[in-house]
Design a protein around this ligand. Structure first.
Ligand SMILES: Cc1ncc(COP(=O)(O)O)c(C=O)c1O
Length: 398
């Protein structure tokens, strides 16, 4: 008799069966309503079943689902134009996921130097605690044993440095370095923002040493930190940037954005994707962009982020045996725990609030950017219930 489940068992799943999503809420098949502070890991940027996204998807679905990239795709052109207008980028390639964006970012960086007559520049410097997806380039880039063990031989040409060690970085760059690849805010690594001055220092170092700066904004991009892209806070621009998750609002969509110079090696025939930039995904992506680029929307994200953070500080102060600190940017926040984060996530399920564990003993809070102030109050009440359930009898609640 076969023991393996019909779905390949690569995930340890919580026994929850959500059947409907409405804004910040997920409805379980038994009728329980969970407050969603996870957004499918920073995906549902506009919440669940946002009317504008439903309208964009259904209108497109009634006309045309798919055409090949052998032909012009107007929705793709429209979304690329929006991304170019709102960012450092001059050009965009559409993918279906973050890890595919990583694949292209690596190819693009290497091809750039190859075409410049410096084919020895192939190394990509990445950082401990990073996450860039589960493709061969993604796991080689992150380099952690957890992801790479048993999957060798790994794609060569990646160097891994400790997070935040400026001297190690300076010393690691040599004649073979093609690019530095970094998340402005590490997500899976435990909500670790790169300070603005480090980001500025990175840009300067790349310029001085002739290295491309590749940012992975798959998790922290698309309004999550209160700016369209997280690197904007530091006032710098990358050469290449990976995007996914929030840009599709729940529809599988990713992108690589680049300057004309950095993209110069990617000529006809050098890359492709059957589904990348498909009309359905791009129609939804356009609707996401129209909302997220509205300055009033981003002001709202920043205001709500301030409120959530302030209330989380109160929660941390009320449960010193459970929490160590709040960290992060915008609506990409982490509760560093003194207990196992999985225990808090589980207690959250009991209290009907969804959170996401991360490395470094952190529980992530990545609510839809559309969360309301009332829902923030409710989130804190539910997190307080979860923390109280785990607390020793002597500890207090908010
Ligand atoms: C920063 C970052 N990069 C890349 C990825 C990979 O994205 P995907 O799962 O869509 O392949 C993720 C996913 O969590 C991510 O957080």
């Amino acid at each position: 008799m076969l023991m393996i489940p019909s779905v390949l068992p690569t995930y340890s799943r919580a026994p929850l069966h959500f059947v409907k999503g409405e804004g910040t809420w997920l409805v379980e098949e038994d009728g329980r309503r969970f407050l969603d502070l996870g957004s499918g890991i920073a995906v549902n940027a506009l919440g669940h079943a946002h009317p504008a996204l439903v309208a964009a998807l259904t209108a497109q679905a009634q006309n045309l689902w798919h055409v090949s990239n052998l032909y012009e795709i107007p929705q793709q052109q429209a979304l690329a134009d929006k991304l170019v207008a709102e960012s450092f980028a001059d050009t965009v390639f559409f993918t279906n996921s973050g890890t595919e964006s990583c694949e292209l970012a690596v190819k693009m960086a290497r091809k750039y130097w190859y075409d410049k007559g410096q084919p020895e520049k192939t190394d990509i410097i990445a950082f401990a605690g990073s996450f860039h997806g589960r493709s061969s380039a993604g796991i080689a880039a992150a380099g952690s044993e957890k992801m790479t063990k048993g999957f060798g031989p790994l794609l060569p040409g990646f160097k891994h440095l400790p997070w935040g060690d400026h001297e190690a970085l300076d010393a690691a760059i040599d004649d073979n370095t093609a690019a530095i690849l970094i998340e402005p805010v590490q997500g899976e690594g435990g909500i670790r923002p790169l300070p603005d001055q480090c980001m500025q220092g990175l840009r300067k170092l790349c310029d001085e040493k002739g290295v491309l700066l590749v940012l992975d904004e798959v998790q922290c991009g698309i309004g999550r930190t209160g700016r369209l892209f997280a690197h904007e806070w530091a006032g710098i621009a990358p050469d290449i940037m990976m995007v996914a998750k929030g840009i599709g609002g729940g529809f599988p969509l990713g992108a690589v954005l680049a300057t004309e110079e950095a993209a110069s090696g990617m000529t006809a025939g050098t890359h492709g994707s059957t589904y990348g930039g498909n009309p359905l995904g791009c129609a939804v992506g356009c609707a996401v962009m129209d909302h997220v680029t509205d300055p009033a929307f981003l002001d709202g994200v920043n205001r709500k982020a301030g409120l959530l953070r302030q209330k989380l500080e109160g929660l941390v102060a009320a449960h010193p045996d459970i929490f160590e600190e709040v960290r992060g940017m915008g609506l990409m926040l982490g509760l560093k725990c003194k207990i196992a984060p999985a225990d808090l996530v589980k207690a959250g399920y009991e209290a009907l609030v969804i959170t996401v564990p991360a490395a470094d003993n952190v529980v992530r809070l990545l609510p839809p950017l559309t969360i309301t102030e009332d829902e923030i109050g409710e989130a804190i009440a539910r997190l307080d219930t979860a923390a109280s359930a785990l607390a020793t009898p002597a500890s207090s609640s908010v």
